[in-house]
Write a protein that binds this ligand. Structure first.
Ligand code: LER
Ligand code: MN
Length: 351
């Protein structure tokens, strides 16, 4: 028997890899589904991830209760408890954007991210369409897609707006296939708050109207595919409109579709919100996603944002969505990512 991603051997024994389970799916459900394999004359098991093993290992991997044979087992059990608690009580989950994770393939990136304690990957950047193709069928949990179209929804050149809209249907198809929401990125680097050569050539009101028209077009495409759109407020130096969470909510309300939901980015909030924590507490019921970066856009802990208060405010207000890490890293690599995941998990567990 050749096992793909369901049964893996990362640490000396064949097991159901619980880190790759979709949210809400338990190890026991997978084990029950796979147990009929034991009725087959399986002699050798060749895991895609791991060393060749035998029928006895398969039996142990699919048993209803696995014994803790080493620390790794205890860790796995704790992780399982955490996931089951998360599924039962719908607590927050932790995702990381793909450009932050080392690895030469998405499977390798997920192996690293899940081992470090992240619950999902957020596909981000211009590579999103390619990554979405790579992930399909792999079972890797995807929290959201961030960007991926060419052009922009608000842009000085009409042709770039057309390009953005032309790329959107296939991107939304990918989001539908992955059962993940799409973060609506309007434009970067054009704003009334920037010098004249970096403005859109329109008034703020005209840009707002253009955004609303574009958002309505995207909404029709998203509704037809049962995909959620996340409207992200960005600070005034990146984009001319929709700078605060309340403005994102207002755009979502103007479109008036359950498919369109505001989100928050803690970095942009430090620039635009009078009181970021009060805003989170007030708006949390409407938020579909949260991006995390410190006040200087480095990882949490490197700036002056109070992440203990941020996470506890979200938890106390009942937020049960993803926290997606979107930042620069003071020192890129696994060690930094692992430290961030541990820090955030501690805050989430304490909240
Ligand atoms: C850009 O600053 C940002 O926060 C991204 O999430 C845009 O989608
Ligand atoms: Mn963001």
């Amino acid at each position: 028997m050749i096992s793909g991603d369901t049964l893996v051997d990362f640490d000396q024994s064949l097991e159901i890899n619980e880190r790759w389970l979709r949210p809400g799916v338990t190890r026991e459900q997978i084990a029950a589904g796979q147990r009929p394999l034991l009725d087959q004359p399986v002699e050798h098991v060749l895991p895609t991830h791991g060393v060749p093993t035998d029928r006895a290992s398969l039996g142990r991997a699919l048993s209803s209760s696995q014994t803790n044979v080493c620390d790794h087992r205890a860790d796995a059990a704790r992780e399982r408890d955490r996931q089951e608690r998360a599924a039962a009580t719908e607590v927050m989950r932790l995702a990381v954007q793909t450009p932050l994770v080392p690895g030469s393939s998405l499977a390798e990136q997920w192996e690293i991210a899940s081992r470090l304690g992240f619950d999902a990957l957020e596909l981000a950047g211009p590579a999103v369409p390619r990554l979405a193709e790579e992930v399909e069928g792999s079972g890797i949990p995807i929290s959201a897609l961030c960007g991926g179209q060419r052009g922009a929804l608000i842009h000085p050149e009409r042709a770039r707006i057309e390009e953005f809209l032309a790329d959107s249907p296939s991107l939304l198809d990918a989001a539908a296939a992955l059962d993940a929401p799409l973060i609506v990125v309007r434009v970067f680097g054009y704003s009334q708050s920037l010098p004249p050569h970096a403005r859109t050539g329109r008034s703020r009101e005209e840009d707002a109207a253009l955004f609303e028209v574009g958002l309505r077009t995207l909404t029709e495409l998203a509704e037809a595919r049962d995909v959620r759109l996340l409207v992200e407020p960005l600070n005034r130096y990146e984009t001319p409109v929709c700078n605060t969470v309340a403005e994102a909510r207002a755009f979502a309300e103007a479109v008036g579709s359950p498919a369109v939901v505001p989100m928050a980015d803690v970095f942009h909030m430090q620039i635009e919100e009078a009181d970021p924590l009060a805003t989170l507490a007030r708006e949390v019921g409407t938020l579909g996603y949260v991006h995390l970066a410190d006040s200087n856009r480095l990882e949490p802990g490197q700036g002056h944002t109070d992440f203990a208060a941020t996470v506890s405010t979200l938890a106390a207000s009942g937020y049960d969505g993803y926290l997606g890490l979107e930042c620069r890293l003071s020192s890129p690599g696994e060690a930094t990512l692992g430290r961030i995941a541990r820090h955030l998990r501690e805050l989430m567990d304490a909240a």
